[in-house]
Write a protein that binds this ligand. Sequence first.
Ligand SMILES: [Zn+2]
Length: 145
Amino acid sequence: MKFLLDTMMGHLVTWLRLLGHDTIYVREASDDDLITMSVTEKRVVVTRDKMLAAKLKKLGVKTVLLETVDTVETLAKIGSETGVELVFNPLNTRCPVCNTLLEHFQEAGEHRWICRGCGKTYWIGGHWRNISKVLEKVRATASGR
Ligand SMILES: [Zn+2]
């Protein structure tokens, strides 16, 4: 699933990219530009702007209106409203920095990723281990709705 975020929302961009979703973050675009982009690129819009959300819904653009800054709550809401799968797949994950699909390889039995977009390399460290913990919470929150 492809997403368009109209405002910086914590680590949401990073999260959606890690989970393999093509996610762009648009700053300083007019509502009309943003609407055109979401329609032509078939992106789900994630916003805090109630007026914009109402406009988009009228046009049939899938929109998630956020009311919380909590990452777990936010991901759970996106999951339940769009039906998107919120699972981490090492073979389908994107660069948190530039949104390029990462190339996976193994080195000494460890997962490694390289981004051909910005040249960054990634490996499983402390913050990667938190991913599964957060996703567990997201699933628990979503199923409790
Ligand atoms: Zn990159």
